[in-house]
Design a protein around this ligand. Sequence first.
Ligand SMILES: N[C@@H](CCC(=O)N[C@@H](CS)C(=O)NCC(=O)O)C(=O)O
Length: 292
Amino acid sequence: MFGHHVVPPWRRRFLRPNNYECTEQKLVIFIELKKKLAFFVVLKSYLESAMYSDRCGVVFCALHEACTEDAPRRSSRAFEPGMYTLYSMQRSGNCYKVRLALAQLRIPFHLIEVDILKGENRTPEFREMNSSGRVPLLEVSPGRYLPESNAILWYIARGTPLAPEDQFDRAEALRWMFFEQNSIEPSIGAAYFWLSLVRGGRELKMHAIESWSEAGYHALGVMEEHLETNRFFAADRYTIADIALYAYTHIANKADFDLTGYPAIRTWLRRVCEQPRYVTMDWKLAAMAIAE
Ligand SMILES: N[C@@H](CCC(=O)N[C@@H](CS)C(=O)NCC(=O)O)C(=O)O
């Protein structure tokens, strides 16, 4: 069909450049290649953002960077786009808030376990990342660290239904998150730490138990009253305010608190457990390989 010197159009693209018939043809091929390159760049960035927001419908298995040997070090893993690194202690309520929100938002992350009972949070290397020496700590991008559980919740939940955008709803969520830090964490959180995690903590902190109890029950009373007429704490839906308050309230029994007289709180605790992609406090990342 084609003569000896005639090159069919569909073959031209496969020819070596010095076989092209004229400069114009070379230019056309060059433009085509540039278009393809641009297409792949766009595709790559789409896939990265899809992975980040899970638009492609797959739950990415978060990777557990187990740290049973030495004190925590900076993540040695090459930073993957959109991949956070969370420095966390499994049994910490503050750290659980962040793990729960990340799981529910289907955000992939590396996890580095920091055992504060072994002082792994007090090393110069850790202090360099967070001068307060506390967990949770989120590395949001290489060398950029965000401490404070509730600040982290706002950071990771931005733009999702978990973080209210309406002016009043947002202020209400903040109100309950401040309440959590002022009233729940220093009473129930502190009691949980000393009575449940620290060996001999009860004897060591005998003098503080009464004031934890008084402050903790007062805070539970405030929550109970709110939940008698509301399903959630802010915006009339499940938000990061619920996550923040849930963390220590759901383990109050391990801190000597009895929730029998708080039926609205107990119902709300069950409601939180029923939220999509809820994970328990002892959830291990390694076991999270889920594909939906
Ligand atoms: N307000 C902080 C409190 C963080 C905090 O106290 N973390 C504890 C673990 S739950 C910790 O790292 N303690 C070690 C220390 O203070 O040395 C938050 O909400 O993140």
